[in-house]
Design a protein around this ligand. Structure first.
Ligand SMILES: C[S@@+](CC[C@H](N)C(=O)[O-])C[C@H]1O[C@@H](n2cnc3c(N)ncnc32)[C@H](O)[C@@H]1O
Length: 183
């Protein structure tokens, strides 16, 4: 993937949520993770973070926003369901970004939002779990900066196939699908 990114949370309180954010950040190739004003029970984090991200992913634990130190040129992006935010599917991810999410009970603080260069929202009817929101943002970044070949918009069998748009395999072309049918 081009560039790098960090993933972090402000005022998180549930250790399992933090563990899930760290594990997912590790899986998506985050370069660092951070917490700001977190108040969780550290021991519980490992129960959700079975990837032991603390051994692979640098974690910064800042007591306040003033203590936060991002790498030079790293753009802070808030993730919040806010009417003024840019919709994630239309957002162009900065090459060097740190994403910050809010707490389970509440939202990103006005002070944190003010530090953000951009705020993005996931187009949902209401707030989703913070670790799911983090996962969706990282997945969206992977889709747009991961240099994956484009995919067809439609799976219409009549659609013209070419090198950029190969025909989708049908289930009977899957080896596993054939084995299942033989049973
Ligand atoms: C569960 S939400 C917080 C509760 C929410 N503020 C409320 O009023 O119920 C926790 C965090 O997840 C992130 N989040 C959840 N859903 C989101 C969405 N649709 N778009 C962007 N961020 C979202 C935000 O960072 C938010 O602060």
């Amino acid at each position: 993937m081009r560039g790098y990114f960090g993933i972090g949370v402000e005022r998180i309180s549930k250790a399992m949520n933090l563990g899930a954010v760290l594990r997912t950040g590790h899986a998506f190739g985050a370069s660092f993770a951070f917490t700001v004003r977190a108040h969780h029970r550290s021991k519980m984090v490992d129960r959700a973070d079975t990837s032991k991200s603390d051994q692979h992913l640098p974690l910064y634990e800042w007591d306040s926003l003033d203590d936060m130190r991002l790498p030079k040129g790293c753009v802070l992006v808030g993730v919040e369901l806010d009417e003024r935010a840019v919709n994630l599917p239309s957002f162009r991810h900065p090459l060097n970004a740190a994403y910050i999410l809010g707490p389970e009970k509440g939202s990103l603080s006005p002070e944190a939002s003010a530090l953000c260069t951009h705020i993005v929202k996931i187009p949902t009817k209401f707030c989703i779990n913070v670790s799911l929101a983090a996962a969706l943002v990282m997945y969206d970044r992977t889709l747009t900066l991961g240099q994956h070949p484009p995919r067809s918009i439609s799976s219409n069998p009549g659609q013209q196939a070419d090198n950029n748009n190969p025909p989708l395999p049908t289930v009977d072309q899957w080896p596993l699908g054939n084995n299942l049918r033989k049973r």
